[in-house]
Design a protein around this ligand. Structure first.
Ligand code: THU
Length: 128
């Protein structure tokens, strides 16, 4: 894996706590200084409390004072590469804007897009 962001997302996936769905996801968010903040999905017996890998990565970074982001990589074991869910698109938009998104699976298949393509008409603070 050439891009360290892809390797970081695949490595983070190995920490997934997903005993209920067995669907393991990793995320790696790169900030404007190049630093990488990782996350994995963390499930809960009260299913609705589950946090996706992307949101864990964003909240970890935000909680450390980081506010500018470049790219995020999302890793899951699917052939049709797994994109961020709707809730994560909203959070990514609010904290990261039109982020570059890299999708990857453990066999090295990758795909790149921008958040705007996945989330063309976001609700955000401008409407409040
Ligand atoms: N999941 C993520 O972590 N990120 C996504 O973008 C899609 C879904 C997790 C949540 C849950 O733990 C499992 O995958 C199945 O939905």
């Amino acid at each position: 894996m050439d891009d360290p962001l892809l390797s970081a997302a695949l490595a983070a996936r190995r920490h997934a706590f997903a005993p209920f769905s067995k669907f393991q996801v990793g995320a790696a968010l790169q900030d404007s200084d190049g630093r990488i903040h990782t996350g994995c999905n963390v499930e809960n017996a009260t299913y609705g409390l589950t946090l996706c890998a992307e949101r864990v990565a964003v909240f970890k970074a935000i909680s450390e004072g980081v506010r500018q982001f470049r790219r995020i990589a999302v890793a899951a074991d699917t052939e049709d590469l797994t994109p961020p869910c709707g809730a994560c698109r909203q959070i990514l938009w609010e904290f990261c804007g039109d982020l570059e998104i890299l999708l990857v699976n453990p066999r090295g298949k990758t795909e790149t897009c921008r958040l705007r393509e996945l989330f063309p008409k976001p609700f955000d603070v401008r409407y409040l």
